[in-house]
Design a protein around this ligand. Structure first.
Ligand SMILES: Cc1cc2nc3c(=O)[nH]c(=O)nc-3n(C[C@H](O)[C@H](O)[C@H](O)COP(=O)(O)O)c2cc1C
Length: 202
């Protein structure tokens, strides 16, 4: 079932599994711990994503709140993200291997593959009553250096994970944005046979 809060702003043109629209990226978190069981189920879901030649280029480096590494992870974030990430239960840096392990050839699809893994994780989180929020607003070079990421991996994104908290704990500016957003119409993103050709049923 589509969540009533989500239903206020999101509707689908064709029927899909509601968990897909129920995933969105809130910024208010409860400052609670996350168990390894809950967190590792998310990584387990990411593990089962498809990838080119089953190369599985994704890697996840995490820090739980109150862990010794939390402050390092938090320090990577731009100020805008710091203001709402402080209550997250875990921060994850997602990296991706740029070349194939078996032959060293560059992978043209590693980011595509790791993107699929991230979405698995985000959807699994919804099913566990958790929320995720991906971020590109952080210092990539600092994350790479601090986490000692080898050169054959790209740092792609960070993700905040946690239990959703009350909206009124956010600043007024962020409260105004704390709502599920919409999407471009299908007619803009789907093309029949050739770029720019609209599908008849859209
Ligand atoms: C790669 C990536 C980077 C993002 N960077 C940020 C960010 O730095 N800060 C932020 O508040 N949201 C960030 N977002 C969240 C997007 O704005 C959000 O996913 C998008 O507006 C769609 O909304 P939804 O996730 O609620 O469906 C990022 C999302 C992705 C996938």
């Amino acid at each position: 079932m589509i969540d009533p809060e989500v239903q206020k702003s999101r509707s689908t043109t064709f029927e899909i599994n509601p968990i897909i629209v129920n995933r969105w990226s809130p910024r208010s978190f409860e400052p609670s711990e996350i168990s390894d069981k809950d967190l590792f189920s998310l990584f387990e879901s990411a593990r089962w994503a498809p990838s080119s030649s089953n190369s599985q280029p994704w890697r996840f480096i995490y820090a739980k709140r109150d862990s010794k590494n939390w402050n390092d992870f938090f320090s990577f974030l731009v100020d805008f993200n710091k203001q709402w990430c402080a209550n997250a239960s875990a921060l994850v840096v997602i990296i991706s291997r740029k070349n194939y392990e078996n032959n060293g050839q560059p992978s043209l699809t590693h980011q595509f593959d790791t993107g699929a893994a991230w979405e698995n994780l985000a959807i699994q989180a919804v099913s566990q009553g958790l929320t995720t929020h991906a971020m590109g607003g952080f210092d990539y070079a600092k994350a790479k250096a601090t986490l000692e990421v080898p050169d054959d991996y790209d740092v792609l994104a960070m993700v905040a994970i946690g239990k959703r908290g009350p909206k009124d704990k956010l600043s007024p500016e962020l409260q105004a944005r704390e709502t599920p957003n919409t999407r471009k119409p299908l007619s803009e993103i789907v093309m029949d046979g050739k770029f720019g050709n609209k599908a008849k049923s859209l």
